[in-house]
Design a protein around this ligand. Structure first.
Ligand code: WTA
Length: 635
């Protein structure tokens, strides 16, 4: 049992050594002792990173919702599973018990079945942070349908691209969503998307804002009456360990978004295990992760990980600034939250506001604080530690990715001494490696390199939906027989890891991954634009912001620049969503290029960061003169 719940540093090292010496035994024991299976596996692991092919718990049969719901009912039926805190603080919070969750999930599962959704079918979910979102995920899992949640801040084009890429037959959405003072017309966005999605047969609509919306005859239906009429029992579909559980899209450095495919058994085992350890979860804790379920953090650490442990998981519909900047702390106080998990960008934004917003609340229930999504800077770390944690709550700086399914590098609270800006040590079963540019592993400490993982772990994504070749090229080709993360990292004198950031063309803005190529593609569709290049530059609150270098066509030269900037951002909002808007736009006469025609982003990045002292050798460029031209305009 001690394998499962690590309580001090020595134990961590013991468990870690064991997990690396014999990973199969390690995961075999954990899977055996802590989950319910309809049939046990024949083999713990089969893997070959050169194909790549990864299979965990082959031969096992299970349903993840039995593990997240049914098995808890006899001891935790009346315990709150989901604690819903609405956007408006005057609207009462809702406690959904495990028993109620089971009924709702079963009812929705029956609705999906009635609409012809079968095992293996894909369902796109485009919902705000309301309980139906979690219920929809679990309802899909109940019947073996593959859910693909699209973050409800993405545009209609982005919705359509994802729906078509995964071939979804159904979309679940709502009449609208609340975000602070704003309401957003989600259904309108879906309607626009559906013009480009001929294969979607049904759109189910959750009522949330009571907006007066268009319902298309024969396609759109309100969910509530269907749920009312549905049976409250639904036998779980028995799934194979490696059956897909969900697809979640993430940005790549090039081309269309990548539909990362996560499978059932390994994902369940790993998210449950890491939830228990990284948050030192104990029965009756109130755990709150502020992420949106539209991202992997919400999938793994709002829904599956916590529920597999029988936890109470808070779902927050609102934003940190509404009705004021004390909202997070108000919710912590109100629900006596014990673990609080958020993003560095939120911490930075709140740290800018008056300390009274924090100090006027009783945060003494907190035991563990967490961060995720991007590197946390030292200042934000200390503010979080001093003012939120009162120096008593360990901060878990958790490093992981959509692709990894669960947290890979993180302190274990009360075991691993924390160090600001360091994600610290690999969790059991995780074998990191730092690589140099020639593909050689860099051993020893006080080194830095490209972060790879040498050995499979249960929750790694198994493929990219419909494009296994791209999966191979993106993650398994740069370094032989290793999973390449796309991040750079350093290892300090005691072996702690610090993630330094992306080494590819993905830019993390407010914790959201954005690929440069799709944004450039969107801009280039503007009739006045000839070419563009996007880079990131440091931003106080967002971590990084986007800087666009835009070259106009001759016809665009006479246009008003301020209007053009607005139109360009409008194009981006339409194609991707407001999160990808450019902070700064500079019109240039040309982009610096290599002789082979590649845009020199390294130089553009330096200029955007106002770091022009050492641009390196520009003489080999095709057009070195544009560099000085661009610099002159910036300064
Ligand atoms: C970055 C989010 C530094 C990293 C779970 C990674 C981090 C990308 C951290 C994945 C962290 C995530 N410190 N950087 N603690 N956590 N990242 O797919 O660059 O949205 O590759 O998954 O976020 O972002 P994703």
């Amino acid at each position: 049992m001690s394998n499962y719940h690590i309580k001090h540093l020595e134990e961590y090292y013991q468990v870690y050594r064991k997990s690396v010496r014999n990973p199969e035994n390690f995961w075999d024991e954990i899977a055996e002792e802590h989950f319910v299976w309809r049939k046990k596996w024949d083999r713990v692991l089969d893997w070959d990173f050169s194909k790549p092919e990864i299979k965990w718990f082959q031969g096992a049969k299970l349903n993840i919702t039995e593990n997240c719901i049914d098995r808890h009912l006899h001891i935790r039926g009346d315990k709150t599973a989901i604690l819903f805190e609405p956007n408006n603080p005057d609207e009462p919070a809702r406690h959904i018990t495990y028993l109620e969750l089971k009924e709702r999930v079963c009812k929705m599962a029956n609705v999906l079945k009635d609409k012809g959704i079968n095992k293996g079918d894909r369902v796109v979910i485009y919902l705000p942070m309301i309980p139906e979102l979690a219920v929809a995920l679990l309802a899909c899992a109940r019947i073996g349908a593959v859910h693909s949640v699209v973050f409800a801040g993405f545009s209609s084009t982005a919705v359509a691209t994802r729906v078509n890429d995964c071939g979804a037959k159904m979309v679940i959405t709502s009449d609208g969503s609340y975000r602070g003072k704003k309401t957003i017309d989600l259904k309108g966005i879906v309607d626009d998307a559906m013009d480009a999605c001929p294969d979607v047969k049904n759109v189910l609509v959750v009522k949330r804002t009571n907006a007066d919306i268009f319902m298309k005859e024969g396609r759109d239906e309100w969910l509530a009456p269907l749920m009312l009429a549905a049976k409250e029992d639904c036998l779980p579909e028995i799934m194979d360990a490696e059956d897909p559980l969900f697809i979640l899209y993430t940005s790549g450095s090039t081309g269309k978004p990548k539909g990362m495919v996560h499978t059932t058994a390994g994902y369940m085992v790993y998210t449950a295990y890491t939830f228990k350890n990284v948050f030192q979860y104990r029965e009756n804790d109130i755990y709150w992760c502020t992420a949106d379920i539209g991202w992997i953090t919400g999938h793994s650490y709002i829904v599956y990980g916590p529920l597999a442990n029988g936890a109470t998981t808070v779902m927050f519909e609102g934003v940190p600034s509404y009705p004021d900047f004390g909202r997070f702390w108000d919710v912590v106080q109100k629900h006596k939250v014990t673990q609080f998990y958020t993003a560095p960008t939120a911490i930075r934004a709140l740290a800018k506001e008056h300390l009274d917003f924090v100090n006027s609340h009783d945060l003494s229930s907190l035991k563990v604080l967490g961060t995720v999504g991007e590197p946390i800077n030292e200042e934000a770390w200390h503010w979080y530690n001093d003012h939120v944690g009162d120096k008593k709550c360990p901060i878990v700086d958790t490093w992981w990715q959509t692709e990894t399914g669960g947290i890979l590098i993180s302190p274990i609270p009360f075991s691993t001494p924390t160090k600001p800006t360091y994600a610290t040590l690999p969790l059991p079963g995780i074998q990191p490696a730092l690589m140099d540019e020639h593909g050689t592993e860099i051993t020893g400490n006080q080194v830095d390199g490209r972060l790879c993982i040498k050995f499979p772990w249960p929750s790694m994504a198994r493929t990219i939906w419909g494009d296994h070749q791209r999966y191979k090229e993106t993650y398994f080709t740069a370094f032989k027989d290793k999973y390449f993360t796309g991040d750079g990292a350093l290892r300090d004198e005691v072996g702690y890891y610090r993630i330094t950031g992306r080494v590819d063309d993905v830019i993390i803005v407010s914790g959201h991954n954005l690929g440069t190529a799709p944004i450039e593609d969107a801009i280039n569709e503007h009739p006045a634009v000839a070419e563009s290049a996007i880079v990131g530059f440091p931003h106080d609150i967002k971590g990084n912001a986007l800087y666009g270098y835009v070259m106009l066509k001759e016809t665009g030269e006479s246009r008003d620049r301020d209007n053009l900037k607005k139109e360009i951002n409008q194009m981006i909002t339409e194609h991707i969503g407001p999160i990808a808007k450019l902070e700064k736009i500079q019109f240039v006469s040309a982009l610096p290029k290599t002789r082979s025609g590649k845009i020199m982003r390294r130089i553009l990045r330096k200029i955007a960061s106002k770091d022009t002292s050492n641009l390196g050798d520009t003489s080999t460029l095709l057009n070195p003169e544009v560099v000085s031209e661009i610099i002159k305009e910036v300064l």
